[in-house]
Design a protein around this ligand. Sequence first.
Ligand SMILES: Nc1nc2c(c(=O)[nH]1)N[C@H]1C(S)=C(S)[C@@H](COP(=O)(O)O)O[C@H]1N2
Ligand SMILES: [Mo]
Length: 199
Amino acid sequence: MNGEPLPNEHGAPVRVIVPGVVGVRNVKWVGRVVASTEEAEGPWQRGLAYKGFSPMVKELQGIDVEKIPSMHELPVQSAIVSPKPGSTTELDDLEVRGFAWSGGGRGIVRVDVSIDEGKTWVTAELADGKDQGYNRAWAWTFWEASVPVPPELQGKEFTVLCRAVDSAYSTQPERPEPLWNLRGLNCNCWHRVPIRHAE
Ligand SMILES: Nc1nc2c(c(=O)[nH]1)N[C@H]1C(S)=C(S)[C@@H](COP(=O)(O)O)O[C@H]1N2
Ligand SMILES: [Mo]
C-alpha cells in the first residue's frame, strides 16, 4: 500500500482491491474466493448496510430490502481541506485547497469554489490526479483555488463551499436534507467550511 508492504489493519496478507467501488467491497484478510452467479450472502452485500432509501423511509416495515440494489460505484464528492472550519484569515485572496473523487473511475473535470452561498464561483486549478486515464481515475484529484474576498465580506464571517463535476458531468447537490436516508449514506452535498475574515 503506497509502496510499502500491506499492514495488517489494512488487510495483510491479501486484500481485494475493487477500484472505483465503495470501500466495503475491498475485502481485507481474504481467505477464499468463490466465483458465483449469485450475489454474496450476508448483511454487507444483501442486507441494508450499503443500500439507499428515500428520505420518507424511516423504518423497514413492508420493504423487501433484498430487492434494493446494493451500492457499488459512488456519486461525485469533494471536500475542502484548507482553510479549517472556524479559522480566521487576514488574506484578501483566500487560498482554498481540497480533493475530489467520483465512483466507477470517473475523473474530475472541474471543481468550483464559492464564498457567497453559490451566487458566484471560482473554478479551481486541478493538480495531482487530474491526468488519470479516462474512466480509470481510481484516486483522488487534488485542487486549489484563490478566491478574492470582496469588500462586503471583509471583516465578516462567511462559508467557503466547493462542488465537483465528474467525467459524466454529474455534480453535487446543494443541500443534505433531500438526500437524508436511513443509513446516512452517499451524502455528497456541497462541502461547507465556516470561516472569518479579519481586516
Ligand atoms: N474482512 C473485512 N474487510 C473489510 C471490512 C471488514 O469489516 N472486514 N470493512 C470494509 C469497509 S466497510 C471499509 S470502509 C474498508 C476500510 O478499509 P481501510 O481500513 O483500509 O480504510 O474495509 C472494508 N474491508
Ligand atoms: Mo465502510
